[in-house]
Every structure is written in structure tokens, then in C-alpha cells.
Design a protein around this ligand. Structure first.
Ligand code: FAD
Length: 471
């Protein structure tokens, strides 16, 4: 009886899973396997918040498989060796997986593919993560895109009609000896700081679909405006689910179209939301074609930028939400508590770190990496380089977010600030919006005075930028 191994990685779902679907169609039995190998992710092994998510997502995937008379085989260690062992132990003829696009994963997968084929095992890999793969979208001259708008036009016109695959039926699961228990992967924190994460999220395929349905019902029509207001649930919050592949972009598109078409009355326009998913595709496109950019500036002109010396005390206050700039602190505390931060606030805190404090964007990217449940090498790299001004199609350096004006505009009544900095809850909104004018009122609440003067630090950042050679 022919048997195939389906190697799950960041495609932790049963529906619209091309590797699982193809394996079930071609073989009498499949062994669903997950190998925990954090050392194989280069310098980006999953951070603490991601590990928390992964634990619960694997538990959910196993529960879903069990409802279909299969189970997830877990291993921990070297992927190449363990896959070879599993092939040997089960007599598998083939290994199936969905592709990843980070440089370290590409190197590893290429080596594993070659080694398995040399052993006579057939290997099949698929696109389970993107509307279109990085090499399928190119300029007229065949080059990768560096600017978002033409990339998006090309992508949008070529996605086609999404037809997500169903959960394979029947799913005849095989088992293997020597698997380990989920707890043995050591993904959960020793000291339990994760209560806020558990309150905020439901990792797994069903949690993802529920969020999408709520978003389609309540928010997609108003997304263009509401997405900038951090106190509202104006965005989908699908980012960790998309990162771990609990839902695919094809499923998002197809489900949204179905739900919106079935509605009475005028149909809301999903384009502004789909465009953001386009940024996700653009981020993967860039990381694939410019694989060094997770640590190097996309724009080499910034290699000569006079960053301030790394200052652990300054960075520590930023990380803990004790800068004395209320919108920045609210964002950093939301991140610490829930593992997520609203996009507008991500831009504000990143601008504050890289411009007002002139700390290298890599310090911020690392902190996000450890604390975000949606930490994603492509999106995080793009986000930090975009804000710092050194990325592809980045915000020009001289556009420095003023955190006070951003708060007055997008958090008018300070509801977001007060939610995450409860010690300021009794103050009128103008106090946090003009924190520099009210040191005594803030001190009386036990809140720090601003650690830098925003206008003066902005001028210093601009002066540093002017020292960059033209080009
Ligand atoms: C400094 C910085 C760091 C970031 N780091 C990450 C990260 O590690 N992981 C991550 O998923 N996103 C990151 N982002 C992008 C963005 O902030 C989040 O994707 C978004 O806030 C997630 O919330 P949502 O799911 O409600 O988004 P929605 O507004 O509902 O958007 C839907 C989906 O589109 C994608 N998306 C939206 N905005 C962007 C964007 N600007 N770039 C790339 N993809 C986008 C996400 O997959 C998101 O889930 C970062 C942005 C900045 C400025």
C-alpha cells in the first residue's frame, strides 16, 4: 500500500493545503509530520510569542487530524536526518510539502529535496502560502519589482478566480513510532507570562476562519477609514493565522467574495483590504529576490547612515513602554500584552526608535521578532526598512511620524492610549496628546516625562540624514 509523508511547516491547516491534497490523491495512506528544528531558521529561530502560537496551532492541527482519523507525528531535531529516518521506518515512497521563502529555509529544503531524490524518494513541493510565487511576478524586462504599485497592478490582474481545495476525504492517516509529545518541544514559556495572549487569540484553522467571517460581516466595508484607528477593531487581525498558514490568501479571497456576494444591499469594496494582502506578497517577493535584506539595508545608500551608538537603556525604555510618549508606550504595551500591535502604531513606534532615538532598525526588528505572534521575516523586514527609510519603496526619511500629532489625529479621544496606559485613564485627552506640556499631571499618575523632546530629536535625525552622501 503506497504511503507518503506530508511534511507540515507553516501550512498548519487541512483545507486548501495543496501538499496534503496531492498526497492524499496519489497515495493510499499519508503520514502527517511536523519536525521542530528552530536551529534551521538561520539567525531567526522563532521568538517567544511565535513559539506560544506554534504550540497551540500544532495542538489544533492534531485535533483536526484526529477528527479525520489521522494524527500529527511530531519530532524534534535535524529535519534531513529525521525525514530520512521516517522514510526508512514507514517505507514511504514520497514526501510532500508546501514551499517557504526565507533564505535559510530555501537552502535547507533544496538540500533535503536533493538528498531524498538520491535515495529514490519522490519529492513534491507546492505553493500553499501566496497568491503568486515570487518568480511568477516580474516586470516587463523580467526583473523583480522594487516599487509596490506596479507590483500590485500586475499581481491583482493575474490572481484569477481562487478555488480553494477542500479538506481531503478520506484522509487515511498512517502512524509511525518514536514521535514525541507536543510538550516535549518546549514551546511554552517556563514562567507563564502568556495569559494576555491566551485571552486575545485562538490559534488554529477554525479561529482563523471565524475572524475572517467577523471581519467580512462587520469591518471590511469601512476598512479604508477604520484601519487607521487603533482603538477600533477595524482590521482583520489575521496576520498570525496567515503567518502560520492556518488560512491561505486564496481562502481569504474566495471566502470574502462569497460572503460579500451573498449580502443584500450594496456590495462593500474589498480592494483596500486586498491591497494590504498585496503588501504581504510584495514583502515575500522582496525577501526572495533580495535575500540579504533581513539584515542589510535594501538601499545601500543607508549603509553610511550615522546611527546613534546602541543604547540599551534607551532601547529598554522603548521595549517596556516607558518612553513618556503616550502613543508609543501604548503600542509597546499592547505588543507585550497581546503579542500584536496595530499597524499605524507599529509605524509610529518604529519611527520613534529609528528616527527620534536614531537606534538602528535591526534593534527594533529583533524585539518585534521576539514579541509578535505574527513575527514574519518578510513582513517584519519590509515594515522596519520602510519606516526607517532604507527599504524598497520606503517612506522618505524626512517623513518622520510625530507621535503626538498621530495620537491627536488617529486616537482623538485617547481611548487606545488609556486602554493600554490605564494610569492615564482619568486625564483629559489633551494631556497625553500634549504630554510635553504636562509633566506634573503625568508624574502625579506615576507616568514618566517624555524621554526626548520630539521636535529637537526630529531635527537631529534630519541633520544626520543630510550627512548621507547623495545617490
Ligand atoms: C515596523 C513594522 C513591522 C511589522 N512586522 C510585521 C510582522 O512581523 N508580521 C506581519 O504579518 N506584519 C508585520 N507588519 C505589517 C502590519 O503591521 C501587520 O501585518 C498588520 O498590522 C496585521 O494586522 P491585521 O492582520 O489586522 O492586518 P490587516 O490590515 O487586516 O491586513 C490583512 C493582512 O495583510 C497583510 N499586511 C497588512 N499590512 C501589511 C504590511 N504593511 N506589510 C506586509 N503585510 C501586510 C498581513 O498579512 C495582514 O494580516 C509590520 C509593520 C511595521 C510597520
Amino acid at each position: 500500500m503506497s504511503l507518503a509523508i506530508v511534511w507540515f511547516r507553516r501550512d498548519l491547516r487541512l483545507a486548501d493545503n495543496p501538499a496534503l491534497h496531492a498526497a492524499c490523491a496519489a497515495h493510499a495512506q499519508v503520514l502527517p509530520a511536523y519536525i521542530h528544528a528552530p536551529d534551521e531558521e538561520g539567525s531567526w529561530s522563532p521568538g517567544a510569542a511565535s513559539r506560544w502560537w506554534l504550540h497551540h496551532s500544532l495542538a489544533d492541527l492534531d485535533a483536526s487530524l484526529r477528527r479525520h482519523h489521522a494524527e500529527l507525528h511530531l519530532r524534534c531535531g535535524d529535519s534531513a536526518r529525521l525525514l530520512a529516518e521516517l522514510v526508512h521506518a514507514t517505507g514511504a515512497e514520497a514526501v510532500y510539502w508546501n514551499r517557504l521563502y526565507e533564505p535559510a529555509a530555501i537552502d535547507r529544503d533544496t538540500r533535503i529535496k536533493q538528498a531524498l531524490r538520491e535515495q529514490g524518494v519522490s519529492v513534491h513541493s507546492f505553493n500553499g502560502a501566496l497568491w503568486r510565487e515570487p518568480w511568477q511576478v516580474a516586470t516587463r524586462t523580467g526583473d523583480p519589482y522594487r516599487v509596490f504599485t506596479p507590483f500590485w497592478r500586475n499581481l491583482r490582474d493575474t490572481i484569477g478566480e481562487p478555488r480553494p481545495l477542500p479538506v481531503p476525504q478520506p484522509l487515511r492517516g498512517a502512524t509511525a513510532a518514536d514521535g514525541v509529545a507536543l510538550e516535549a518541544l518546549g514551546l511554552l514559556p517556563g514562567i507563564r507570562w502568556d495569559a494576555g495572549l491566551a485571552q486575545a487569540w485562538r490559534p488554529g484553522e477554525r479561529g482563523a476562519m471565524e475572524l475572517l467571517e467577523v471581519f467580512a460581516d462587520d469591518a471590511v466595508g469601512d476598512y479604508a477609514q477604520a484601519r487607521d484607528v487603533p482603538s477600533r477593531h477595524g482590521t482583520s487581525r489575521l496576520s498570525p493565522h496567515l503567518h502560520f498558514g492556518e488560512i491561505s490568501p486564496h481562502q481569504v479571497l474566495a471566502t470574502l467574495r462569497r460572503l460579500l456576494d451573498g449580502r443584500p444591499g450594496p456590495r462593500p469594496d474589498p480592494e483596500p483590504f486586498l491591497r494590504e494582502l498585496g503588501w504581504r506578497e510584495f514583502a515575500h517577493h522582496l525577501l526572495y529576490h533580495f535575500p540579504e535584506t533581513h539584515t542589510s539595508n535594501f538601499n545601500p545608500k543607508f549603509d553610511g547612515f550615522p546611527w546613534a551608538k546602541a543604547d540599551d537603556a534607551l532601547i529598554g525604555r522603548w521595549q517596556r513602554g516607558r518612553t513618556g510618549i503616550p502613543l508609543v508606550d501604548a503600542g509597546m504595551r499592547e505588543l507585550w500584552h497581546t503579542g500584536w500591535m496595530h499597524n499605524r502604531v507599529r509605524m509610529v513606534v518604529a519611527s520613534f526608535l529609528t528616527k527620534n532615538l536614531r537606534q538602528h532598525w535591526r534593534h527594533g526588528a529583533r524585539w518585534f521578532w521576539d514579541t509578535l505572534v505574527d513575527a514574519d521575516l518578510a513582513n517584519n523586514t519590509l515594515g522596519w526598512q520602510w519606516v526607517a527609510g532604507c527599504g524598497a519603496d520606503a517612506a522618505p526619511y524626512f517623513r518622520i511620524f510625530n507621535p503626538y500629532l498621530q495620537a491627536a489625529r488617529f486616537d482623538r479621544d485617547a481611548a487606545y492610549i488609556k486602554r493600554w496606559i490605564p494610569e492615564l485613564a482619568a486625564l483629559p485627552a489633551k494631556v497625553p496628546h500634549e504630554a510635553w506640556k504636562h509633566p506634573a499631571a503625568l508624574a502625579a499618575c506615576g507616568y514618566p516625562t517624555p524621554m526626548v523632546e520630539v521636535a529637537a530629536s526630529r531635527d537631529m535625525a534630519l541633520a544626520a540624514w543630510r550627512r548621507l552622501p547623495a545617490g
